[in-house]
Design a protein around this ligand. Structure first.
Ligand code: DQA
Length: 147
């Protein structure tokens, strides 16, 4: 049995559906998890889907992905813009990493235009709402097929 793709989510994403719905939409994180699980299954993968509001916990899960995952989809949320420690953890991975955002941070406030995570990711999918996640899974799957 091959390893799962980890889909990790950072702070405030537990509030999806009620948090700034004009930006993030009405889908809940449970809806996103269900569509990721179904899409991954079609691709022949399983997922481990998690969310945390704590930077250290997110870093621990990234470290776990080093040995227990075949690929990583990461929506770092606000930590993407601030966390060098998260970047350092990501740099220890040798699996495909795809950064994912519901909104398009490049089209928002200036402070969202830079993410540390991008320095370690193979690529970024942003701006497609929940579909950003399934597109990110496609990207991980494509990278795995090439490796
Ligand atoms: C986000 C974009 C980030 O700038 C923001 O801090 C988030 C969510 C997104 O999915 O669009 O919390 O990662």
């Amino acid at each position: 049995m091959s390893k799962p793709i980890f889909v990790l989510n950072g702070p405030n994403l537990n509030l999806l559906g009620v948090r700034e719905p004009h930006i993030y939409g009405r889908s809940t994180l449970a809806d996103v998890e269900n569509s990721c699980a179904a899409h991954a299954k079609r691709l022949g993968h399983e997922i481990v889907f998690r969310q945390t509001n704590h930077e250290g916990e997110l870093i621990t899960w990234v470290q776990e992905a080093r040995t227990d995952a075949c690929g990583l989809v990461l929506n770092p949320a606000g930590y993407g813009h601030t966390s060098i420690a998260l970047l350092d953890a990501l740099k220890s991975l040798e699996i495909p990493i795809v950064e994912c955002h519901l909104s398009n941070p490049a089209a928002r406030e200036a402070f969202r235009r830079h993410t540390y995570v991008s320095l370690a990711a193979s690529g970024v999918v942003a701006g497609f709402g929940p579909a950003s996640y399934t597109l990110a899974l496609d990207a991980v799957n494509g990278l795995l097929a090439r490796s």
